[in-house]
Design a protein around this ligand. Sequence first.
Ligand SMILES: [Zn+2]
Length: 349
Amino acid sequence: MSDTELHYPFADPPAAASTIEVAPGVLWLRMPMPFPPGHINLWLIADGEGWALVDTGLATDVTRELWQSLLRRYRLTRLICTHFHHDHAGLAGWLCAGQGVGLAMPEAEYHALQDTWARTLAGIHRNDERDFFTAAGLPPATLSLAVASFRDGNFVSPPPATFTPLSDGDELAIGCHRWRVMTSGGHSPEHALLYCAELGVLIAGDQLLPRITPSVGLNLSNRLGDPLACWMAAMQVLQNLPAATLVLPSHQLPFIGARQRAARIAAYHHRQLASLARALTVAPASAYGLSQSLFTRLSNPVAELMAVSETLAHLRHLQLCRQAACYPGADGIIYWQAATQPVSLLQGS
Ligand SMILES: [Zn+2]
């Protein structure tokens, strides 16, 4: 996907344990990750005598050491996590306990973080989740390898016992500016973005990345919903932001061009839906089989699992539009085929 319409005001990221001011009172820092994309961007917002932190980095020794250095210069006043994924909230408990600050995050994200921690502690992957992906056709060997690499990760510290819930539309006073909370499902249950109209800045988390199309997945817990529709609604909202908005994404470089980027991501999903709808008219297939033709560069078992999850999100949407139907095969795998009487749920689809 071309990103030629995007403008990158900062050519280089901050060095380890350093910061770059990207807007008045908003600092950019980075933490490393031992897997792609290799880093996460974090943000400090001037907050009176100290700094409000957005997201934490993974719970690794390397990240903890970098934080020790940064915390000598920056006193934290509070922690805000955009969503529960390890790179965003893995060190929430460690930072809150060590710095005596509170955590704010959307309620569904906090409970997902607690659930992730409980599973990490028990060293288990839920069997019902395993069954869910087996029924989608993912080969057992691939599933076992993917589960093993999640288990090896252990990138989360014990979450704080309490939190302040953030809801869509909340206004947060941080220092001398107000930031509006915008939440959406699709990538995670209730992902939060922070938008400051006065500064013209959007802290986008994983919702809007300049060169990666964020994953949108169906899994055991959201399988009765329509995560793709949630995601597309969020892309629509982002296309209404002022054109000059500086987007601060969790990965890659800050950029200007929120509208174009959100439109491109939405167009990508429309194309995927169309490809899938065509494939369903050929022959019944499992979500795994369909994912293998939709995603051509799957390099490891985790990527294959995520591709199945995203294919399922698209299939679920087509099912709700009555363009797809599924039935259980004698082999225990769910097969998908075209259905008649389509209706359109997505704007423009
Ligand atoms: Zn994420």
